[in-house]
Design a protein around this ligand. Sequence first.
Ligand SMILES: NC(=O)c1ccc[n+]([C@@H]2O[C@H](COP(=O)([O-])OP(=O)(O)OC[C@H]3O[C@@H](n4cnc5c(N)ncnc54)[C@H](O)[C@@H]3O)[C@@H](O)[C@H]2O)c1
Ligand SMILES: Nc1ncnc2c1ncn2[C@@H]1O[C@H](COP(=O)(O)OP(=O)(O)OP(=O)(O)O)[C@@H](O)[C@H]1O
Length: 295
Amino acid sequence: MTGYMTDTNLGNIEEVLIVANYQKPEAKPLSHSIQIFLEEKGVKSEVFGFSGKADLVCERNYDLAITLGGDGTVLFASRILAPLNIPILPINLGNFGFITEVSKDDWQNDLERVLKGEVNLGSRMMLSFNLKNDASKRGGEELCGRAMNDVVISGSGISKLVNLMVHLDESEHIEYKADGIIFSTSTGSTAYSAAAGGPILHPEMNAIILNPICPFTLSHRPLVLPSESELRVEIAEDQRTELTLTVDGQLSYPLKSGDELFIRKASSAARILYSGSRSFYEVLRAKLSWTGGPE
Ligand SMILES: NC(=O)c1ccc[n+]([C@@H]2O[C@H](COP(=O)([O-])OP(=O)(O)OC[C@H]3O[C@@H](n4cnc5c(N)ncnc54)[C@H](O)[C@@H]3O)[C@@H](O)[C@H]2O)c1
Ligand SMILES: Nc1ncnc2c1ncn2[C@@H]1O[C@H](COP(=O)(O)OP(=O)(O)OP(=O)(O)O)[C@@H](O)[C@H]1O
């Protein structure tokens, strides 16, 4: 029992994409070893190696992607591969490895099992966002994208309170004076949102966490909203600092007074493969020091 929902509908694996973070010295040699391993099994593969900020344009419909890196590499790959419905096997070459629980020493066993269709495949809801700003209101292209962990609005200049109005639906809105707001998926609940006092959600729950960062009041609490919520954030006038929109801690865009940010559940979920060796609760204990008991 892994604590994850499993879906064995992986299908035949004929072509694999390896997404390798070349900032990790082991990534290049490991990608070659994986290619040889796959070739021996008659499976074609291609490597996308990157260092730092990267653009992966995926034109082929791969049956599987393998990430070589840390959690950040899985976040990067998910944003691009989830809409294409490509499942991801994350092999951990990072430091923390909360999402990337397949160990670099066990990859052969795990990949072998995946090729045989013996899989633990989880589905993780993602967020989609779009920004209406001056340029898009004047007919320019609207900025849009998706996030696996979180979409964060925060002050980026001198440390000042940020004023944000979040519309939960037509009739309900909340005014925040805070350092910013984290909009998180359940996957992201163990990342920035957890550090900001948010609740831990099982990563396969469909929900949106709305979590203010250091709100200037004693009464705000993080909220867990239904996944079908359509949120609209108004960037109020007269901000006293610069504002930034950050996506999965990897992409950032400037925000201005008068901008409106729309956040909702993305139309496609990320499909993540697990080794099945440890449950989510065991990972919580091992990585985040969750006691899960009185001791
Ligand atoms: N104060 C904070 O804790 C803080 C501040 C900024 C960003 N972040 C998080 O970092 C994420 C980006 O991660 P990264 O690896 O690209 O950058 P990074 O290397 O700066 O990551 C921060 C840490 O968060 C871990 N992490 C990432 N996603 C996680 C998840 N879903 N559950 C548990 N731990 C997770 C990473 O392994 C890493 O140790 C952002 O989405 C945001 O949630 C956290
Ligand atoms: N495509 C990308 N664009 C921008 N930054 C990226 C991208 N991929 C990875 N990063 C960043 O590069 C850094 C290192 O990547 P990665 O997460 O793979 O390794 P790590 O930080 O050692 O692992 P872990 O997150 O598990 O501790 C992270 O800060 C991550 O956010």
